[in-house]
Design a protein around this ligand. Structure first.
Ligand code: AMP
Length: 294
């Protein structure tokens, strides 16, 4: 029964080998257990924990993967410096009904002579896909690989990375992967900043400027409700971010499913990305439905 806690251990077992991980999941599923999977890169915070809690509420067993995926980082990005805190992460997951932590070595995910990559277009084309070439190919490749190692019933992703959720859902649909994708709300700091492992890199001054992302999205929502159109919202978000010292990568209002320009009665999402010092932050907000696009 989903949510049964009696059979769930306080401490997760850490498994490194994909084949061993897969065998565990298949055995549990054969016994009729519903399995939830939360893929992460570790350095766990309350945003990740919200995904784990949702999985634990909806499933009998939960697997969390912790893997800093080299193929989704560009050559000048922070792969080498990305925080790796497996022990602290295991502690964070204690008593959260996580049965397995899948923490593979890079070589078991990418054998030395690996030559296979998933290419994805559609929702991967713009925004993060444009600014970080190869990023979504790396994401799709590792998520597919992780789904094979952790053949769960349902995988949980955060709306914080809205474009990523669309990319994963499209890959699952296009390849017919036998897994459900659930999207969970963004968890924020009390001042509105979306939680992110990268927030730890911010200097105190940049940390206080970082609220500009959530503020610009709230401003966009107010203007949207007041009847303004995408162009006005985009300009206002850009101006606000610029005035707080954020170097804007993009500030856009688009169709929330296709990420293409708004047309007709499509639902809209506001997306922002920008840099403070050497730290890059992204955020987004779904805009309330209204007739037409204004
Ligand atoms: P990451 O470790 O950054 O790859 O994130 C792992 C998962 O946690 C992804 O599905 C993210 O979208 C999700 N996530 C990260 N930050 C948050 C947040 N603040 N709220 C909700 N989910 C999040």
């Amino acid at each position: 029964m989903a949510g049964t806690t009696g059979e769930r251990p306080a401490t997760a077992r850490v498994i490194a080998e994909p084949a061993a991980m897969r065998a565990e999941i298949l055995t549990a599923r054969a016994a009729g257990r519903r399995i939830g999977f939360v893929p992460t890169m570790g350095a766990l915070h309350a945003g990740h924990v919200s995904l784990v809690d949702r999985a634990a509420a909806e499933c009998d067993d939960v697997a969390v993967s912790i893997f800093v995926n080299p193929t989704q980082f560009g050559p000048h990005e922070d792969y080498a410096d990305y925080p790796r805190t497996l022990e602290a992460d295991a502690e964070t997951l204690r008593d959260r009904h996580v049965r397995w932590i899948f923490a593979p070595e890079a070589e078991s995910i990418y054998p030395p002579d690996w030559a296979t990559r998933i290419m994805i277009d559609g929702p991967a084309r713009r925004f993060e896909g444009e600014i970080r070439p190869g990023h979504f190919s790396g994401v799709a490749t590792v998520v597919c690989r992780l789904f094979l190692a952790v053949p769960a019933d349902v995988a949980y992703f955060g709306a914080k990375d809205w474009q990523q959720t669309l990319v994963v859902k499209r890959m699952v649909r296009d390849l017919g992967l036998p897994i459900e994708v659930a999207v969970c709300p963004t968890v924020r700091e009390p001042d509105g900043l979306a939680m992110s492992s990268r927030n730890a890199y911010l200097s105190p001054a940049d940390r206080s400027r970082a609220t500009a992302l959530a503020e610009s999205l709230a401003l966009a929502e107010q203007m949207w409700i007041a009847g303004d159109g995408p162009t006005a919202l985009e300009r206002a978000m850009r101006d606000h971010l610029g005035s707080r010292g954020v170097t804007v990568d993009y500030a856009a209002v688009v169709d929330s499913e296709s990420l293409e320009p708004l047309a007709g009665a499509a639902t809209a999402v506001a997306l922002v990305a920008g840099r403070l010092g050497s730290t890059r932050l992204i955020d987004n907000r779904q805009l309330p439905p209204r007739r037409g696009t204004g």
